[in-house]
Design a protein around this ligand. Sequence first.
Ligand code: NAD
Ligand code: AHE
Ligand code: ZN
Length: 369
Amino acid sequence: MKVKAAVAFAPKQPLSIEMVDLEAPKEGEVLVEIKATGVCHTDAFTLSGADPEGLFPTILGHEGAGIVVDIGAGVTSLKKGNRVIPLYTPECRQCKFCLSGKTNLCQAIRETQGRGVMPDGTSRFSLDGQMLHHYMGTSTFANYTVLPEIALAKIREDAPFDKVCLIGCGVTTGIGAVINTANVQAGDNVVVFGLGGIGLNVIQAARMVGANMIVGVDINPDKKALAEKLGMTHFVNPKEVEGDLVPYIVNLTGGGADYAFECIGNVKLMRQALECCHKGWGTSVIIGVAGAGEEISTRPFQLVTGRVWKGSAFGGAKGRRDVPKIVDWYMEGKIVIDELITDVMPIEDINKAFDLMHEGKSIRSVITF
Ligand code: NAD
Ligand code: AHE
Ligand code: ZN
């Protein structure tokens, strides 16, 4: 079938709206009509050319929601009409990783996902006979896409696509990092580097679990008001701090953060986020994605003296199990999403969404089809 997609032909180039060819779902695959998709910083990261796994031409997008319109042979857990959220971290429930009980990083299809193809090694997308790569196994910047059954979370039938699409990445990543990865407890002092779509979700989860201080760090003062509304208690603009940021935060938090989250993707800030943690126990969680060739460093003494460095992908969430629960939390008013959506636009305007992100004027743009 012909579908409308925003194609990334090459790094650093604007996306191009094209009618592309999409093959029918094969065995174990599902055809999904994407109704809405958020634009995450990771899409911009890959488009920038900094992603070691970035492949072109491709159809980006990994923060979507939609409806099942067809299923391939052998699909048993989904049927036509089901509302679904695509999962860039699938959940096969059979691989060593899924069965370990220690991680959400299902590896069943990770290798082919990284090569921009479906599990059988081929792409369902093409344009004028040229193969287009899938992206993160999801490619939600298209009004129809094909995914493996294990990469879809079935959600309730009354969930609004244009809001819950953010649960496909930003919401689950931020909230999950607090609850699953860090396990922040009531009374803990939390520091959040970066008050974008991810950092704000870290903040709302920190408030939800009863954190004491919730310190937000951002160079863009426009991010302050919404962060405060979601639970931030103190704002730090590094540009306004005289001297080093780390001792400033250690002093502000009375000895250091119990938990510090890096939600930017800057290796220098990852170091600061670790070093502002409390001696003896403070834990820093890296969420931000850093470009090819970037490395983190610190004095090993930071770890010898009890600070812990961790990372979190998709908030440690097992998508088919946890995403429907997070949708329920939204529908029950336990978490907010609407406030995070700063712009809604058709796919034809998707390059505007990237511009707004780079200009620091958006939290999340949502594309509706
Ligand atoms: P965003 O662009 O919405 O937010 C980034 C924020 O960081 C902005 O508010 C910006 O002003 C701030 N910032 C930039 N440079 C700064 C600096 N030097 N000091 C302080 N603040 C600074 O991005 P996002 O969508 O929230 O994503 C954040 C990061 O998380 C990205 O690297 C993204 O790729 C990554 N990410 C990771 C996962 C995961 O599973 N690990 C999931 C989603 C996104
Ligand atoms: N491909 C990059 C890494 C990109 C990355 O870290 N992706 C996150 C999700 S970001 C969503 O906005 C992730 O889930 N990583 C785990 C995984 O298996 O990809 C690189 O550096 O090669
Ligand atoms: Zn994302």
